[in-house]
Design a binder for this molecule. Structure first.
Ligand SMILES: *[C@@H]1O[C@H](CO)[C@@H](O)[C@H](O)[C@H]1NC(C)=O
Ligand SMILES: *[C@@H]1O[C@H](CO)[C@@H](O)[C@H](O)[C@H]1NC(C)=O
Ligand SMILES: *[C@@H]1O[C@H](CO)[C@@H](O)[C@H](O)[C@H]1NC(C)=O
Ligand SMILES: *[C@@H]1O[C@H](CO)[C@@H](O)[C@H](O)[C@H]1NC(C)=O
Ligand SMILES: *[C@@H]1O[C@H](CO)[C@@H](O)[C@H](O)[C@H]1NC(C)=O
Ligand SMILES: *[C@@H]1O[C@H](CO)[C@@H](O)[C@H](O)[C@H]1NC(C)=O
Ligand SMILES: *[C@@H]1O[C@H](CO)[C@@H](O)[C@H](O)[C@H]1NC(C)=O
Ligand SMILES: *[C@@H]1O[C@H](CO)[C@@H](O)[C@H](O)[C@H]1NC(C)=O
Length: 669
């Protein structure tokens, strides 16, 4: 699953006085937020502010949040994962991007809220609107800094400078008015040790790696607030956040960690003493702020390293002259992305288990269709989970699977629901983007299927996407190369047919952590926090093509960055990818006439390997074996059922208003 989301921040501010497209029709199904807004405005006045911004984030900038933290959902009715709410004393508005327009039209309380379709022409950005609203009132404006990213805070303040205003930090006003009988309980799931047989390195070994990085920056201490970094550093896992084995926590790590042991802050009710990592002082989560206050003020602490993703609340406490600037990635993010040998082995091994589940699932779908038993999108996901649960060390899905039939496959961020699930049939595309959390890895695999006879255009698009997957997989590049330099490879075959797509090609993948992790990616846009690809990094390879109202294609393999040769000219180390996903491509969707011999050869070799690995593991499942064999049979270049060769000129015009800029969620979340 791609993680690229449209930027909800626009850096250049221009005061366009355009027509706001804020049409949103009030319907009886929408939540009535009148009372909530009345209460919230009362709290705003009490806090001395006239404008308040509410984000969808928790204190840790998490990609997924637990129900307890869905403040923005509760005050607006809108449940999409991306959106910012701004409430003034006279009005209220919600910004979301094109992935969520229709969901917002359905769920947002349109009687009380304006729907700002971010990216549409004449729709002001949150910053422009903030400035315009702030000009109308003498009140000041504020956000709750624990939920505000430092990037958002400084961009907003830059915009507000023009009118001589500034954001004020305020308490969590939504938390104050959310009745405890309406608010979901905060997760209290136990925190458990992540066994070294999966983690590969002890907490002490990891501390040595982290503090070696801290020394490079001349830092005395670092403050860690990202939940995946803490889980990795201390070899602990939890279950506070959906799809992620994380627990709410902070950490303070001193460079001199032998003398000044690291401090870990977790809810003590969630952890047994036997789980405490050796050489680490464990404190209650709520005491983090006073410890931070003490630490940053201590005269022996000279330089403090904080990641650019930390909340503004953390930055506000740190004396400016102690802060290491410019803010950059956390050192743990970089170290963690470069997996150790045990983690690497886990990442490869569990792909085979996930592939077994996927083949059993495909076999099942084919069996149902052949027996005319109707199946739908959500039922399909349930069945996949049934097969995944049979695999050893499986824990839970790594994200909400995208299971999309027919034209729904063109909705990049589609989320099927039982009540509206589409049937999967023999005459339509079926796209399945799903991933797993195993104790020894995280996976993310997309296959686009067709169980009957596809249209020529579907085959053509599928083949172009596949050529992109192969071109990325085949890349060889010197150390120091950024993923953005490879992005074109994944698109160049699509371009020949005038096809494009609006998301990045790859995101980093964690090890029994987040399915999306930095600081690596493959995407064309410049991102100041991107770091060059290195040996041991795992990343997705997932080009796509989407024809709205018709069909969508995406193929996603996970790949491992490995060492290639050393240059004989300048001794430079070269890198390449190893594809670690072993699920066959959809033979019926491959248009052989478009392929070069080299590409055909690569597909045949891949399929031979897939068959060799999976056949013995599927021997007691005939449907799965059939599905495997029919897909992995050698493809001959002459055995082509002729398709009309279309001109190489652009012949599809996608009139999409939403060809949007994408950015990594963890940089702006
Ligand atoms: C407003 O946005 C909706 C949905 O994106 C669109 O259908 C409508 O045409 C737009 N109206 C104007 C006036 O731009
Ligand atoms: C929403 O709730 C308020 C307060 O209870 C009420 O006055 C108002 O009529 C309701 N609005 C709708 C559309 O039902
Ligand atoms: C701590 O251990 C006890 C006994 O093994 C167990 O009953 C309890 O659930 C554990 N608590 C947590 C938070 O793991
Ligand atoms: C930890 O902090 C929470 C919240 O402040 C509090 O309810 C709890 O009693 C504390 N636990 C301990 C063991 O101090
Ligand atoms: C930090 O310490 C200062 C001075 O003692 C105090 O005013 C402030 O409230 C403290 N902040 C936190 C978050 O504990
Ligand atoms: C931190 O240092 C500043 C400046 O010396 C002082 O004003 C503040 O009270 C101190 N805070 C704490 C918690 O000691
Ligand atoms: C400051 O830090 C040093 C070493 O980290 C510690 O020994 C000392 O007690 C701290 N001082 C205060 C006032 O916390
Ligand atoms: C999809 O299948 C599930 C499971 O059988 C069922 O509960 C649901 O009602 C179906 N959805 C539709 C729209 O038929």
């Amino acid at each position: 699953m791609f993680l690229f989301i449209p930027v909800l921040v626009i850096v250049g501010i221009s005061f366009v006085d355009g027509i706001n497209n804020i049409t949103c029709i009030s319907t009886p199904g929408q939540k009535n937020t009148s009372t909530i807004l009345t209460n919230l405005r009362r709290e705003m006045r009490n806090a001395g502010i006239g404008i308040y911004v509410v984000f969808s984030d928790d204190e840790h900038g998490s990609e997924y949040t637990q129900p307890y933290d869905k403040r923005r959902d509760w005050i607006t009715g809108f449940r999409g994962s991306s959106g910012i709410a701004i409430i003034s004393l006279r009005t209220a508005a919600l910004w979301t991007d094109s992935r969520y327009f229709s969901q917002a039209e359905e769920e947002l309380d349109c009687a009380n809220w304006l729907l700002m379709r971010h990216g549409n022409e004449n729709v002001p950005s949150p910053f422009i609107w903030l400035v315009t609203e702030a000009q109308q009132t003498a009140w000041s404006l504020g956000t709750t800094t624990v939920f505000t990213s430092s990037a958002w805070w400084s961009l907003a303040n830059t915009a507000l400078q023009a009118i001589g205003k500034q954001l004020q930090p305020v308490d969590d006003l939504v938390g104050r008015i959310w009745p405890s009988n309406e608010r979901p309980k905060a997760s209290q799931k136990p925190i458990v040790k992540h066994d070294i047989k999966y983690a590969g390195q002890s907490v002490t070994q990891k501390l040595l790696r982290t503090t070696t990085e801290l020394q490079r920056f001349d830092a005395t201490v670092t403050i860690i607030s990202a939940l995946d970094e803490i889980a990795w550093q201390f070899n602990l896992r939890g279950a506070d956040i959906p799809y992620n084995p994380f627990f709410k926590s902070y950490a303070i790590i001193y460079t001199n960690y032998i003398i000044h042991q690291p401090k870990l802050f977790v809810n003590l009710a969630q952890i047994n003493r036997t789980m405490y990592p050796v050489g680490v002082r464990v404190f209650n989560y709520s005491t983090f702020w006073s410890h931070l206050n003490e630490t940053v003020n201590n005269s022996t602490i000279e330089k403090i390293l904080v990641s650019a993703q930390a909340s503004q609340a953390i930055l506000n406490l740190i004396p400016y002259d102690k802060l290491i600037l410019p803010l950059f990635n956390s050192p743990i993010e970089r170290i963690k992305a470069q997996k150790n040998s045990i983690e690497r082995k886990g990442m490869r091994d569990c792909q085979i288990r996930d592939a077994v589940a996927r083949m059993k699932h495909i076999g099942w779908i084919e069996q149902q269709l052949n027996n005319n038993i109707p199946i739908n999108e959500t039922q399909s996901v349930d069945r996949l989970l049934y097969y995944q649960k049979q695999q050893v060390r499986f824990k839970f899905p790594s994200f909400h699977a995208i299971s999309a039939s027919g034209d729904r496959a063109a909705l990049v961020h589609y989320s099927s629901q039982p009540a509206t699930a589409r049937p999967i049939t023999k005459n339509q595309i079926y796209l399945l983007d799903a991933g797993s959390q195993y104790l020894d890895c995280t996976t993310d695999i997309t296959r686009t299927h067709h169980f009957g006879i596809p249209k020529d255009l579907e085959k053509r698009a599928y083949t172009r996407v596949l050529q992109g997957v192969l071109a990325i997989a085949d890349a060889v590049f010197p150390t120091g190369t950024y993923g953005r330099s490879l992005d074109y490879l994944g698109r160049m075959y699509l371009y020949r047919d005038g096809m494009t797509f609006g998301h990045g090609i790859g995101h980093g993948i964690g090890h029994f952590l987040s399915v999306h992790e930095g600081p690596h990616r493959i995407g064309s846009e410049y991102n100041e926090y991107e770091e060059p690809l290195t040996d041991g990094v795992f990343i997705s390879d997932e080009p796509g093509f989407y024809k709205p109202g018709d069909f969508g294609i995406r193929i996603e393999n996970d790949v491992e960055v490995v060492l290639a040769h050393k240059s004989i000219y300048d001794k430079r180390q070269f890198l390449r990818f190893d594809t670690i996903t072993f699920v066959p491509y959809e033979r019926s969707l491959i248009d052989v006439t478009l392929l070069t011999n080299t590409q055909l050869d690569a597909i045949n070799k891949y399929h031979a390997k897939v068959a060799q690995i999976l056949e013995p593991l599927l021997k007691d499942d005939e449907a799965a074996l059939n599905a495997l064999r029919s897909r992995t049979k050698k493809i001959h270049s002459q055995s082509v059922t002729t398709t009309t060769e279309l001109s190489n000129k652009a012949f599809i015009s996608i009139s999409s208003p939403s060809l949007i800029t994408f950015v990594f969620i963890f940089y702006y979340a």
